[in-house]
Each structure stands twice: as C-alpha cells, then as structure tokens.
Design a protein. Structure first.
Length: 164
C-alpha cells in the first residue's frame, strides 16, 4: 500500500534514503541524512509517499516542484526502495502513485533530471510507463570514485491520456 508518510516513518525513510545515497549511483546527494535533517528534508517536500507492506516501510518517494513561476507546473520526484525489497515492483507502485499525487497537486508534467544511463531497471520502468527520454547529458553524474557517467532526463504528462 502506498500512503502519505507520518512522523513515525521518518527513521525508516531515512535508512532507505541513506542506503541509496551511500550506494552512490542514483541520487546526487553525497551526505547521509541525520534524524534532524531527514525530518526537515521530508517535511519540505510537496508530498512524500511510502510503500507500507504491513511489515514495515519498503520504499518511498518525494515529490516537489522542478522549477518556479512559468515552469512551476513541472514536478520532480525521487524514488528509493530498500535493497532487500528490490525486484518486487515496489518502484512501479511508487511511480504510479506519484503520477496521481503530482496531478492532485496541480502539476501537469513529471520530470526526472538525472537518471544515470546504466540504471537500466529504472529506465525500463519509466519507458514502460510512458516517460519520454530527452536525450543524454554526457558525464552528468559524478560517481563516488570520481569518474563520470551519462544521465538521461525523462518527462511525462501526469494525465492518464499522456498528452503533453
């Protein structure tokens, strides 16, 4: 079940988020969250959803504006799934819920700015759900070892018919 997060979820959310940050191959953040910064970070989002399987939080997403003013109708989101729960279609449930929540919050487009090119599972999911690749930004993501990987921005209308 995907639901809005609550104060009791912060610790699990922080652990899942930090796991992805420390893997160093998906999020731009380099420093792990603390309980204080996690609460501030998640509270500052337009919306946060968590995947609650009844035996704990297995994943989450954050949703917020990608820009302001004339581009304020474009949202951005990030997804994190606990490594022990990957491959169970939790990510797909999170993305689908995020599209609905983005529309509910008045966003017409959901855009991902920095999908690492070799994150094949995420890219296949986004493409299956109708996201359009905007191309490739060479060397747009710095890996923990100092090398660079290409990133591929994606976007999609939040409407069911997917008309821009």
């Amino acid at each position: 079940m995907i639901r809005s997060y609550g104060p009791d979820d912060i610790r699990d959310m922080m652990d899942i988020w930090n796991e992805v940050v420390m893997e160093g191959n998906a999020f731009p953040q380099e420093e792990p969250l603390t309980e204080i910064t996690a609460r501030e970070f998640f509270d500052s989002q337009t919306y946060c959803g968590v995947a609650d399987t009844g035996d704990g939080i297995k994943g989450l997403y954050i949703l917020h504006p990608n820009n302001v003013g004339r581009c304020g109708h474009i949202a951005n989101a990030s997804y994190a799934v606990r490594s022990s729960s990957r491959g169970l279609h939790i990510g797909e449930a999170l993305v689908r819920d995020c599209l609905d929540k983005a529309a509910e919050h008045g966003f017409g487009i959901l855009q991902f700015n920095a999908v690492v090119e070799d994150n094949i599972h995420a890219r296949h999911l986004y493409e299956r759900l109708g996201f359009i690749s905007l191309g490739t930004i060479r060397n747009g993501f710095r890996m923990p070892d100092g090398t660079y990987k290409n990133i591929c921005p994606y976007y999609r209308s939040t409407r069911e018919d997917n008309d821009g």
